[in-house]
Design a protein around this ligand. Structure first.
Ligand code: HEC
Length: 273
């Protein structure tokens, strides 16, 4: 046994080097997600979690071609096409007894999405395993499978929530547990709901959500009118429709929703101090 450990130690550096080169190549060869490994964590999985490739997902779940005016509108595209698997099918398979009421979507780029199972079923949400956009449209780096798709015949509310991309992990969970730390402060306010539907995925609060964007409570002192105005200015300067990385969040929130979001953040900040 000792000998084996010594051998592993001796070989560790060249082995890691080779592994590094191998992974590096695999990553750069295909940015569309082929060769990546995806994880599903759910109640009906032996051992709790399983690993998948896109090919295996398509083969085992069955896949179909999809168009999405919803996606095209949000990205300012036309004629995008997808191959996808039914999210509701995944739910049936991995949580057949309905122990969860939501699926957390952890992404390769520190984005954290979440969808309720009720919404997944109501809007027949699909998970795209292949994305084909027209060559005349610039494709941002984050636009990779797995990608949440609202299919054409479904009318989901127009929100950031239904556009999660670059998903690396699906984790069955319960909404009440997930949002518990924020529910205490947010209540049923418009600001809290708007923030949950459009911002939390990138701007985490109280340890919930993603960290793709800045820490808002660190960058702004919401007790000062000046900072509230700066928040609005910075939001408009970054999240507008010409955003080079297609992070046009402005399209999802009205001016009054933004004011409500500021009220909500002011409350969370007060509570933290
Ligand atoms: C897709 C991820 C994403 C979503 C969703 C998102 N943001 Fe951002 N946000 C960013 C990134 C990235 C930046 C700019 C880089 C940075 O400051 O980290 C940013 C910047 C900002 C800034 C300027 C921050 C600063 O310090 O300059 C504000 C304000 C802001 N976002 C508010 C919001 C609000 C409000 C929402 C929801 C209505 C929202 N964001 C949704 C990713 C996101």
């Amino acid at each position: 046994m000792k000998q084996i450990i010594c051998l592993v130690f001796k070989l560790k550096i060249p082995f890691l080097l080779i592994l590094g080169i191998f992974c590096g190549c695999a990553g750069s060869l295909d940015s569309d997600g082929e060769g990546r490994v995806y994880r599903i964590i759910g109640p009906a999985i032996p051992g709790g979690s399983s690993k998948w490739t896109l090919k295996r997902l398509e083969a085992q779940m069955g896949s179909k071609e999809i168009a999405s005016g919803y996606f095209d509108k949000a990205l300012g595209y036309e004629g995008s096409r997808f191959r996808g698997v039914s999210f509701a099918g995944l739910v049936d398979r991995f949580d057949p007894k309905g122990q969860s009421d939501a699926v957390l979507l952890n992404c390769f780029d520190d984005y954290q999405g979440i969808l309720s199972i009720a919404d997944i079923e109501r809007y027949d949400i699909q998970l795209a395993t292949r994305i084909s956009t027209r060559p005349e449209f610039d494709k941002p780096g984050w636009l990779n499978p797995l990608l949440v798709i609202v299919p054409d015949n479904k009318k989901a509310p127009f929100q950031e929530r239904y556009l999660t991309a670059n998903i690396r992990e699906l984790k069955f969970t319960r909404l009440k547990d997930y949002y518990a730390p924020l529910n205490k402060v947010g209540g049923a306010s418009v600001g809290y709901t708007s923030f949950k539907d459009n911002c939390l995925f990138c701007h985490s609060l109280q340890g919930i959500g993603g960290n793709k964007g800045a820490r808002l409570l660190k960058n702004y002192d919401f007790s000062r009118a000046n900072d509230k105005n700066r928040f609005l200015r910075d939001f408009g300067a970054f999240h507008h429709k010409e955003n080079a990385d297609k992070q046009n969040v402005e399209q999802f929130v009205s001016a009054s929703q933004l004011v409500a979001i500021i009220d909500f953040l002011t409350g969370v900040q007060k509570m933290e101090h």
